[in-house]
Design a protein around this ligand. Structure first.
Ligand SMILES: Nc1ncnc2c1ncn2[C@@H]1O[C@H](COP(=O)(O)OP(=O)(O)OP(=O)(O)O)[C@@H](O)[C@H]1O
Length: 354
């Protein structure tokens, strides 16, 4: 019997100088990363090396060099012990169309070694947990994309793993479906204590869902930080005010008054996504506590209503924006750090790096 650590230990995944070279491409390039229990996002553009990393961690593909341990188990020697303890939701559609979700998930549970009765019970519980009810008896071929993603999630969870790898679980889902899937992913950890490694190219999703985010690009580690560190507060204040008869554009009146007092103010920034009506928001550079007092007094002096005054937080996408800007300024200087693909804003806060 192979010894394995539990999710109470400090790390669930450790890689050291892990490389994977194909004849024409280096998919992973000396990647060293430690991943703790919780929900961790693995983000990178298409081709960054996410799926290759997952396959190596499952013991399904050999690394060219370096080491990797999952739950304390060595990927080169303990592949089957790792797969007993780890669930895997693959990226691509891999479901048989002619069988029902129940039949398929029972089959996967049996493949994982559960006896028949336990496999049926666990299947019923898991399908209910992912939100499939009466539909679970119908052939999968007639399911929507969202239902298929839930079946893939259920088969990853059915053998009660300590850790799951979810490869692009929100692919192909509409915004409501994505929100539901993200909620499910959070509950996998909060309700069952299962750690999650989830890949996505949508940064906004990871910001909302993950405790920790690992960013890779061209097989190299770009950054590994807690989500809080990525989204730490900035020195910029977001201020929103009401309009009045005397000042039909309250934000503009405040901007003029603050600018007159020597305070740097902009009406819009690239990081304003997700905030209501950015045209009515002011972004005020706060020199210190006195800036708060000045804003409050100026709003009161103009007779405007103060709707909000809060410190703006960084967004994960800014890591990419900053790297892109540095790359544009000095292309040779930023080879290892800058993502090779641009990101694009998407539905108010999610940024696509693919
Ligand atoms: N079996 C293989 N043979 C040759 N090259 C491969 C193989 N598998 C992956 N690659 C290459 O390795 C690089 C990383 O691929 P990988 O699938 O890990 O990226 P990814 O980040 O998961 O992207 P995607 O989300 O598009 O799958 C890519 O350039 C890919 O073409």
């Amino acid at each position: 019997m192979v010894d394995a650590t539990t999710v109470d230990d400090v790390t669930v995944i450790v890689t050291e100088s892990l490389s994977k070279r194909f004849p024409r491409v280096t998919a992973l390039d000396r990647l060293s990363v430690d991943i703790a229990p919780g929900v961790t996002g693995l983000v990178g553009a298409n081709g960054a090396g996410k799926s290759t990393l997952i396959k190596i961690l499952l013991g399904l593909a050999p690394a060219t060099e370096g080491t990797a341990h999952v739950l304390g188990l060595d990927v080169t020697k303990d592949g089957s012990a790792i797969r007993e303890r780890v669930g895997y939701m693959p990226e691509h559609d891999c479901l048989p169309p002619d069988v029902s979700a129940t039949e398929f998930v029972v089959h996967m549970a049996r493949m994982s070694g559960l006896p028949p009765t336990a496999a049926r019970e666990r299947t019923a519980d898991t399908l209910r947990h992912v939100g499939l009810y009466e539909e679970r008896y119908r052939p999968i071929g007639g399911y929507s994309t969202g239902m298929k993603q839930r079946v893939k999630l259920a088969q990853a969870l059915v053998h009660d793993p300590q850790l799951v790898f979810l490869d692009e679980p929100t692919n192909g889902l509409d915004p409501a479906g994505r929100d539901e899937m993200l909620g499910l992913i959070r509950r996998i950890h909060s309700d069952f204590g299962i750690s999650v490694l989830v890949t996505s190219h949508l940064l906004g999703e990871l910001e909302r869902t993950c405790d920790h985010v690992v960013v890779i690009d061209g097989g190299k580690l770009l950054r590994s930080s807690s989500t809080d560190e990525f989204t730490q507060v900035t020195t910029s204040l977001v201020v929103e005010v009401t309009d009045t008869d005397a000042h039909p554009d309250g934000a503009e009146a405040l901007r003029g008054a603050l600018a007159g007092a020597g305070v740097a103010v902009t009406t819009r920034t690239a990081g304003a996504e997700g905030l209501a009506s950015p045209g009515h928001l002011l972004f005020v550079e706060a020199a210190g506590e006195e800036t708060y007092d000045l804003v409050r007094d100026t709003v009161a002096g103009l007779g405007l209503g103060l709707v909000r005054m809060e410190q703006r937080r960084h967004q994960i996408a800014e890591v990419f924006r900053d790297a892109d800007a540095a790359h544009a300024a000095a292309p040779e200087a930023v080879t290892a750090g800058a993502p090779s693909a641009p990101y694009a804003p998407q539905d108010g806060g999610a940024h696509d790096v693919a």
